[in-house]
Design a protein around this ligand. Structure first.
Ligand code: MEV
Length: 307
């Protein structure tokens, strides 16, 4: 049995979504695939499941209460530590393969289990990455249920209502700094800042409003407005302490040929995304500034079994 799941790009709202604010993400056409076969002992790519890099795979095996032992093979096109949801894609694809061995897969169940795995392994988190990898396409996270509701996930006193949302077909240019940054400590640092500084709390709320304006702007194809909002979202994230000089450099390089650009995902390195009408020119500008650049599209397919 095998399953695959997509990586993701957060267009608006990362970090603020952990506090329950709105956020917008889209699945991208870079995917993780996981193959599972009965074997004499538990193995991941031939090695031990206890290796730290397989902690999400191991978490998924425990969460799914998988009957084993199994040999798992993990193949991922999603670069890790790059803010593109690689751990969520691997977790969701693993759960897809494990559930697929015993019956039909249900994206809502997988989204819930994957969020729990991410929370256990990474610490404080929102369900945006894991739900986008499960559902595919574009997802809007809101506090309250609205049109297009897919599922609701709760934890502590926070609630996230995940909605299907339609965006125009868009090319996004991703610029990777090559600096790998772990999400858990970055999320914890924003929480610490918000707990001690009311201004940081206001900035988190402003990101929520930017997300709602941004979704409307994208839907009515007002890319100039969407770009302005991305620029502001980037400035706020930097103020919240999750920027990096290399991110600023790539964002500045991309802006000359794009509507707007911002860091995407947890920040602290990782990647930025630009909304551009001339993606090739924007990618060239990012490369000239020292980043790795590639063009991605929204992927409508969420978790799916293969073969
Ligand atoms: C990471 O891709 C997105 C964050 O908002 C963390 C999370 O939502 O769990 C930074």
């Amino acid at each position: 049995m095998a399953a695959s799941a997509p990586g993701k790009l957060i267009l608006f709202g990362e970090h603020a979504v952990v506090f329950g604010e709105p956020a917008l993400a889209t699945a991208i056409n870079l995917r993780a695939e996981v193959f599972a076969r009965p074997h004499a002992e538990w193995r991941a790519d031939g090695g031990s499941l206890d290796e730290p890099r397989y902690r999400y795979v191991r978490g998924a095996v425990q969460k799914a209460k998988a009957q084993g032992p199994l040999w798992l093979e993990v193949r991922s096109m999603v670069p890790s530590g790059a803010g593109l949801g690689s751990s969520a894609a691997v977790t969701v694809a693993t759960l897809g393969a494990l559930h697929g061995m015993v019956g039909a897969i249900d994206p809502a169940t997988i989204a819930r289990e994957a969020f729990e795995v991410e929370h256990e392994v990474q610490g404080r988190a929102s369900p945006i990455d894991t739900s986008t990898a499960s559902a595919g396409g574009s997802l809007l996270v809101l506090r309250k249920p609205s049109e297009g509701l897919l599922w609701t996930i709760e934890r502590d006193s926070r609630r996230w209502c995940l909605h299907r949302t339609d965006l125009p077909p868009l090319d996004f240019v991703v610029g990777s700094t090559g600096i790998s940054a772990a999400t858990g400590p970055l999320v914890a640092s924003v929480k610490e800042r918000v707990d001690r500084d009311p201004k940081a709390r206001d900035l988190v709320r402003e990101i929520g409003r930017i997300t709602l304006d941004g979704v409307q702007a994208l839907r009515r194809r007002d890319f100039a407005r969407a770009g302005q909002l991305m620029d502001r979202n980037h400035a706020i994230l930097t103020e919240l302490g999750v920027g990096h000089p290399m991110l600023d450099r790539l964002v500045a390089a991309a802006r000359a040929t794009s509507y707007g650009a911002k860091l995407t995902g947890a920040g602290g390195g990782g990647s930025m995304v630009a909304l551009s009408e001339r993606p090739e020119a924007t990618a060239a500008a990012i490369r000239a500034a020292g980043g790795k650049a590639f063009i991605v599209r929204s992927d409508p397919v969420g978790v799916t079994t293969l073969g």
